[in-house]
Design a protein around this ligand. Structure first.
Ligand SMILES: Nc1ncnc2c1ncn2[C@@H]1O[C@H](COP(=O)(O)OP(=O)(O)OP(=O)(O)O)[C@@H](O)[C@H]1O
Ligand SMILES: [Mg+2]
Length: 270
């Protein structure tokens, strides 16, 4: 049985545009509102095995972030199924209890760290344990310190986010994700907000987690990570999975012309 199976995820966004006022023409308020539907996910299927590190590649706007957000119910899909550890959730209409249960097993690392600015590194890591999991503070602090140590930041436990570099802040965010003891971590471009010289330290932590067997689903533009660290690579475009394969195969012998074109373009810009 696979750890995570995603089937047929669909998601559209509707945008409402108010009619522009033209000189001399009277518009009733709200009249002729233009609605357009943007199909962002058009039937995404994906399977993740325990211990897999799956890299999701794709051009900007292809729906990668939307997909990750739908998987953790940060966004409600229009349709789709997610099976986690044998339990199936309807991505379009799960109950609050279902969502809470699923989120206990998952963690999310965002591009922009999303740390509390008025809390120290340690407090950021322990907040969820103390508030959501009702863990006694001493125990939470012990877990927090262990995780900060793991990401190489034990000596920064009492620093506030503004006193940390971007790379360090992202490592705190990873420590926070680890503290909740997730079965899978979703990463959305964890290094793309960082200066190039700071991406290495974050990628090194992720590589270490991969080696320890952590299951991860990583949206990334880092081809080195996809090629050398991830076990499987997925190429998304226009809301569908164009191609997915074991990473060595994906890079050595891409089957789809669209994938080859994408890889050629990337090779030129790197
Ligand atoms: N809340 C929203 N409302 C309306 N449109 C949205 C919303 N979120 C995303 N979109 C649109 O959905 C499409 C897919 O966005 P998404 O952020 O998933 O792409 P992405 O693959 O993550 O791109 P990038 O590589 O730039 O991060 C884009 O056209 C985007 O403008
Ligand atoms: Mg994105």
């Amino acid at each position: 049985m696979s750890m995570l199976e995603i089937k047929n995820v669909h998601k559209s966004f509707f945008t409402y545009t108010k009619p522009r006022l033209q000189a001399g023409i009277f518009h009733r308020p709200g009249a002729r509102k233009v609605t357009s539907e943007l199909l962002v996910l058009r039937g995404v299927d994906l399977t993740v095995e325990k211990g897999d590190v799956v890299a999701i590649l794709g051009p900007s706007g292809s729906g990668k972030t939307t997909l990750l957000r739908c998987l953790n119910f940060l966004e409600t899909a229009d349709a789709g199924q997610l099976t986690f550890d044998g339990e199936t959730f309807d991505l379009a209409q799960a109950s609050r209890a279902d969502i809470a249960r699923l989120r206990k097993k998952t963690a999310f690392v965002f591009q922009s760290y999303n740390l509390f600015r008025n809390k120290t590194a340690l407090q950021n890591v322990t907040e969820g344990l103390i508030i959501a999991r009702k863990m006694p503070k001493e125990q939470a602090d012990a877990v927090g310190m262990k995780m900060l140590k793991k990401v190489g930041l034990a000596d920064r436990a009492d620093y506030y986010p503004r006193q940390l570099s971007g790379g360090q802040q992202q490592r705190v965010a990873i420590a926070r994700a680890l503290a909740s003891d997730p079965e899978i971590i979703y990463f959305d471009e964890p290094t793309s907000a960082l200066d190039p010289e700071l991406t290495g330290e974050v990628l090194a932590v992720m590589r270490q987690l991969a080696e320890e067997g952590m299951t991860m689903l990583v949206v990334t533009h880092e081809m080195g990570f996809a090629r050398n660290v991830s076990s499987k690579t997925v190429f998304m475009e226009n809301g569908v999975v164009v191609e997915q394969a074991p990473s060595h195969e994906f890079f050595a012998n891409p089957k789809e012309e669209r994938t080859r074109e994408f890889l050629r373009k990337i090779a030129h810009t790197e």
